[in-house]
Design a protein around this ligand. Structure first.
Ligand code: 5AD
Ligand code: SF4
Length: 440
């Protein structure tokens, strides 16, 4: 059982956990392969944020059942593993390993148990103060590196499974984070993205006692680091010092993702979000008044139980008022263990769909308008790739916009472009991206 295949679902935290799992297993002599057919160990790092994400995992497990008949070992990791626990063995009897993210340090040991004949092993304890730190992380991207600063979540939003799947908050020490970031800069990474379910509640457990704003600023000062991003924020813990740090420190990207979820204070209360619409708008004002224009993005849930037409309209007004640079919007999905699951006032599926498309249409127009304002501007991009079908380089601005661009004259080699920074003049705008030409 030496060759493993790993497929990842879900958020950036999951993507980065997978990078750590891959590195950890490689260190123990396992080898990652590209397809399930080549592997003798099949791992799925799963997401359970919405029902659809969870269903995808079970579909995948059933599609590949025939591989189990060939003696291959199946493991389910991540949020579905933690949420469903041993029930996974009933739903998918060919699975041998179920392990949540709070138990990844135990993964090698669990695999050894399988190799020595155990049919079913689990890592499901959430009572941990551990964070999954490893020097062996195998990063997928050579230019942008994720760094987990805090794991778990201590909030209890009424719709959300995360507190049940990722356990309580645990912050890493500033010392270990600075060491990792400096090392990454030394290896040539120029962009780092600080990750956590709620990065704003980061609190250095060492005597230094840094808060998140301090950590951000110090990361931005590391020689060689040109861009620092962070996700995700919780409005309740988002303090003005974060905006001040962005204003002072040019390497901190001028982009904040601040999930609102709803524009109605009564829905926010029912969601147990711990802020009102006014509290949220105060944070938006801090950003709008900053010296550097800060791009603001958000998450919206439509159709939360009890959401009236008036509540929904308040969300639409929030979109108009903030003029987000982009949003992720979702239909409320009832999740196991969560308080909202059994609430009255569940909204029919068709109504949720109707509200979702109204939100998306409204936001599309806002984005087109915001992006059009940038035509003529010169932006710095980090080049992430090349699109041969349009002959454009794919760049990303500090504000996290995609800016596709062409270069004058003969096409340069990829190695001269990808991972490097260029100035690009914006010539066209669409709702989801910009296009331009490399500027002198
Ligand atoms: N239903 C729909 N969307 C959800 N999210 C979290 N839980 C649910 C749910 N039960 C959304 C929130 C969150 C984003 C990551 O996913 O908007 O910010
Ligand atoms: Fe999905 Fe949330 Fe788990 Fe990320 S933390 S994988 S979004 S359930």
């Amino acid at each position: 059982m030496r060759r493993f295949y790993l497929e990842t679902f879900g958020c950036q935290m999951n993507a980065h956990d997978s990078e750590k799992v891959v590195g950890t297993l490689e260190q123990k002599g396992y080898m990652q392969v590209e397809t399930p057919e080549q592997a003798d160990l099949l791992l799925y790092n799963t997401c359970s944020i919405r029902d659809k994400a969870e269903q995808k995992v079970f579909q995948r497990l059933s599609q590949l059942k025939k591989e189990a008949a060939r003696g291959k070992v199946f493991g389910v990791l991540g949020c579905v593993a933690q949420q469903e626990g041993e029930r996974i063995f009933e739903k998918a009897p060919h699975v041998s390993l179920v392990c949540g993210s709070a138990s990844y340090t135990k993964l090698p040991e669990l695999l050894v148990r399988i190799e020595s004949g155990d049919k079913r092993v689990t890592g499901l304890s959430l009572e941990t103060s551990e964070t999954f730190d490893t020097p062996f992380t195998r990063r997928d991207n050579p230019h942008r590196a994720y760094i987990t600063i805090i794991e778990g979540c201590d909030k209890s939003c009424a719709y959300c499974v995360v507190p049940f799947t990722r356990g309580p908050e645990r912050s890493r020490t500033s010392d270990s984070l600075m060491r990792e970031a400096r090392q990454l800069a030394g290896m040539g990474y120029t962009e780092v993205q600080l990750l956590g379910q709620n990065v704003n509640s980061y609190r250095d457990p060492s005597a230094e006692g840094w808060d998140f704003a301090r950590l951000l600023e110090e990361t931005g000062r590391i020689a060689g680091i040109r861009r620092v991003r962070f996700t995700t924020s919780h409005p309740r813990d988002f303090v003005k010092e974060i905006v001040d740090a962005i204003d002072r420190t040019e390497t901190l990207c001028d982009h904040v993702h601040l999930p609102a979820q709803s524009g109605s204070s009564s829905v926010l209360k029912a969601m147990d979000r711990l802020y009102t619409r006014d509290d949220y708008m105060r944070r938006i004002e801090w950003m709008k008044q900053a010296r550097r224009p800060i791009a603001i993005t958000t998450d919206i849930i439509v159709g939360f139980p009890g959401e009236s037409e008036a509540d929904f309209n308040a969300t639409l007004r929030l979109l108009d008022e903030v003029e987000y640079d982009s949003i992720f919007s979702f239909k409320y999905s009832p999740r196991p263990n969560t308080p909202a699951l059994s609430r009255d006032g569940q909204i029919p599926e068709e109504e949720k769909s109707r509200r979702l498309s109204i939100v998306q249409e409204r936001q599309r127009a806002i984005q087109l308008r915001r992006n059009s304002e940038l035509v003529g501007a010169v932006e710095e991009v980090l080049v992430e790739g090349y699109n041969p079908s349009t002959a454009q380089w794919i760049g990303r601005t500090s504000q996290n916009r995609v800016l596709n661009f062409t270069t004058p004259g003969e096409a340069p080699e990829k190695s001269e472009m990808i991972g490097r920074y260029f100035r690009v003049k914006v010539t066209r705008a669409g709702p989801n991206s910009l296009a331009g030409e490399r500027a002198a």
